[in-house]
Write a protein that binds this ligand. Structure first.
Ligand code: ZN
Ligand code: ZN
Length: 748
């Protein structure tokens, strides 16, 4: 259950335990994965405005533990071993959890240790997939199904690698006497201990010369995108996999090579997120840190250097990268080692460490988690501390500004310990996992594990969302939008006057980017109860009756649009929806359809007919803006003068379908169909797709993919909100977002 301690944080409690530190990670598509003994818990904060009731809403799913235990030496039975081995060796085997994972465990070995999110665009609807490492060292790649209800294990990397390793080492396996050493060699070679995803690359990247970079981008299509996934084994080997996107079946994940560089146990890995090189940092339990350059053309590790060559026996807890300069030549590698934080400046081309800073963290117990996003580094420690660090390169060397970050969690126990931390993609929100640090009464505290989400940045420190939304898509600033919504719901002064101005000034809407229109849509669609905007604690502004409670600088801008606004908020939203969809479809109509009007194929004629009908039905809204109206009328006359358009009829009764709502058509017998938000065709057949956030519908991808220029960029995202369009199990299209609440049972 969700409970809110105060306006600044949200806490969810779980009935489970966490055995391993560092098990929290935040995906690029805004999902939080928490690894626990009973599974991987996945929490997704949503901007679904239908469900806003004073707090942020989370969608919660989980990856269940495996039903069996991964055991690489299962060919030998315990009884056989007992007869063959000396008493001493046999006892050692029973105590070794890697060789013998099914005995001597007090926690379920199928529980999870750590998880790592892939880059965006990895699954079949353009979202992230996740790599999960279980306590028994089994590594699997999982994706959410099309209906976003369950997680599917796509490939068991451990099983696949076990087969590969045993084949490559068949001579050793044949000749080997069954001894403790022999069993240890096998099990440690296939026991995964760490993993990391590289950035997304296009096919044949090899080493891209900066001059060729534009060329590479042009030739991209969906099928040749991939990421290099690295997994480290307990014997020190690093295994490289090539994972093709979208990752749908086990065939999309291909084993490349194994590199044996160092024989200590790897404890942490991180790929440098550069497009030019493939550089992997590996930290070991003996304290050493290495960087490895992977050459994809040859499929080998071409170079490796020591970053920290002193085997100081302080295990490397976590590693992460941050870019230092605009040329991306110098990268900062952070390493957390017990109480210490180390920062290494790495020259990408030479693969050398040119500068090093070594500081002690502001905590007294060891660090248990680290996360780096957008130039902010967050660390948490067992003694209930979270520390934020911003590093920058100054003339006199590397400078690290460090602050303790206060997190408030209401808990009945005396003291807590933090065991994992993660920052959202724009470092707007921070998640921390907490559990009691002292013995507690099981009857009183049934859900001892807590996931707390709190706001890192507050406007005005935060870069203006207007600037952010000018060149980026809404999915990339999702966490910033959540920060705004959260502020709105808690009456905290969080809305920048510039944003408030956009909400109310309809005249400015035609000049805005699609992302800005989408952002306004989200802010405007808030629940009626929370439609009170507070700006910087100075001006209070009620959306239904726009009046400023006190005078201020923004009086004039808001006052000027009062007349057009006051009629109805719902009307404004219809205007916004119409404008947003027009802006979305305009480039396609102008560049792809109008120039080829006489030679359109049947599907394209249907599409342009639907667009024509929609434009005509929406003229009443376009009239709000003179410039837009002129464009629309010109577009309509071009279409009407050039081709014979097509009328869609109702598949049930045969009557003509006419527009009733912004994206809804119905016949005279009231059979309703949603318009596809990509092609504008009425979705008359099953199956169709539905936006998982705002419930808008779209034709199945295979029906419209071949239409040139229609689905080239982001074929899986909703035109309204950019959330993913998923398959639907429902039988009929009922309505669009305005009329329908999604099933609330899947939300908390
Ligand atoms: Zn009908
Ligand atoms: Zn949507």
């Amino acid at each position: 259950m969700a409970k809110q301690s105060d306006g600044s944080s949200i806490v969810w409690a779980f009935k489970t335990n966490v055995t391993c530190k560092n098990g929290l990670s935040w995906s690029d598509d805004n999902r939080i994965a928490m690894c626990a003994d009973d599974g991987v818990f996945i929490v997704e904060l949503t901007t679904n405005f239908h469900l806003m009731r004073g707090t942020l809403i989370a969608r919660r799913t989980m990856i269940h533990p495996h039903s069996d235990i991964f055991c690489s030496t299962e060919i030998f039975s315990i009884d056989e071993l007992e007869n063959q081995l000396s008493r001493e060796d046999f006892n050692s085997i029973l105590l070794d959890r890697t060789i013998c994972p099914n005995v001597q465990y007090s926690i379920p070995p199928q529980g999870y240790k750590s998880a790592s999110w892939s880059p965006k665009g990895a699954d079949d609807v353009g979202r992230c997939v996740i790599a999960c490492l279980a306590i028994d060292h089994r590594l699997t790649l999982c994706r959410e199904d099309r209906y976003r209800s369950t997680w599917i294990k796509i490939i068991d990397c451990s099983k696949v690698y076990e087969g590969i390793w045993k084949k490559n080492n068949s001579n050793y396996l044949k000749t080997g006497q069954i001894t403790l050493e022999y069993l240890r060699t096998i099990s440690h070679a296939v026991a995964a201990v760490a993993m990391a995803w590289s950035a997304t690359y296009e096919a044949f990247p090899a080493i891209i010369h900066p001059a060729d970079h534009g060329l590479m981008m042009q030739s991209s299509t969906e099928k040749n995108k991939f990421s290099i996934f690295a997994s480290a084994m307990k014997n020190g080997d690093v295994v490289f996999w090539k994972v093709y996107f979208p990752l749908v079946s086990s065939h999309d994940c291909i084993y490349l090579t194994t590199a044996s560089i160092h024989d200590s146990i790897p404890t942490s890995m991180a790929w440098c997120p550069t497009q030019e090189d493939m550089i992997l940092a590996v930290g070991y339990s003996d304290g050493m840190i290495k960087v490895i350059r992977f050459n994809l053309t040859c499929g080998i590790v071409s170079d490796s250097e020591d970053v920290w060559s002193d085997p100081d026996l302080i295990s490397v807890n976590a590693l992460c990268w941050q870019c230092l300069d605009i040329h991306q030549d110098q990268w900062l590698l952070f390493a957390s080692k017990d109480l210490f934080i180390m920062a290494f400046v790495i020259d990408r081309a030479k693969l050398t460490c040119v500068h090093m800073v070594h500081v002690r963290g502001q905590f007294n117990l060891s660090c248990t988690g680290m996360s780096c996003q957008s130039g902010t580094l967050a660390l948490c420690a067992s003694d209930e501390k979270v520390q934020l660090i911003k590093a920058s390169m100054k003339d006199d060397g590397l400078k690290m500004d460090s602050n303790l970050f206060p997190v408030t969690i209401d808990s009945p126990v005396f003291s807590l310990q933090y065991i994992g931390v993660a920052l959202s993609p724009n470092a707007a929100l921070l998640a921390v996992v907490a559990c009691p640090a002292c013995p507690f009464d099981q009857k009183q505290l049934k859900e001892p594990l807590m996931l707390c989400i709190t706001r890192v940045s507050m406007w005005p420190e935060y870069p203006d969302i207007l600037q952010l939304s000018e060149h980026r898509v809404i999915r990339d600033i999702h966490d910033v939008l959540l920060l705004y919504l959260w502020g709105l719901m808690n009456d905290k002064p969080l809305i920048a006057p510039s944003v408030l101005h956009l909400l109310t000034d309809m005249d400015s809407w035609p000049g805005l980017s699609l992302t800005q229109l989408r952002m306004i849509r989200c802010l405007l669609s808030l629940d009626k109860n929370t439609r009170k905007l507070v700006v910087m604690g100075e001006h209070s502004f009620d959306m239904m009756h726009p009046q400023l409670s006190s005078s201020g600088q923004s009086t004039q801008s808001i006052g000027s649009s009062t007349t057009s606004w006051s009629s109805s908020n719902k009307e404004s939203l219809k205007h916004l929806h119409t404008l947003l969809l027009f802006k979305y479809i305009q480039p396609y109509v102008v560049n792809k359809l109008l120039p080829r009007l006489p030679e359109l194929d049947n599907l394209e004629v249907r599409i342009i007919s639907s667009i024509r009908q929609w434009l005509n039905a929406r003229l009443v809204h376009f009239k709000r803006w003179d410039s837009i109206l002129t464009t629309v009328e010109k577009m309509l006359s071009t279409i009407e003068n050039s081709i014979t358009t097509f009328d869609e009829d109702c598949p049930i009764c045969g009557e003509l379908l006419e527009d009733t709502e912004v994206m809804l058509v119905s016949c005279s017998n009231d059979h309703k169909f949603g318009r596809c938000c990509k092609s504008f065709l009425p979705c008359k057949d099953i199956p169709y797709r539905r936006c998982s956030l705002c419930s808008n519908v779209a034709m199945p991808l295979h029906m419209i993919r071949d239409v040139s220029g229609l689905c080239t960029s982001d074929p899986h995202s909703c035109s309204f909100c950019e959330d993913s369009l998923c398959g639907t199990q429902q039988m009929f299209v009922l309505s669009m977002s305005e009329c329908q609440d999604p099933d609330p049972s899947q939300f908390l």
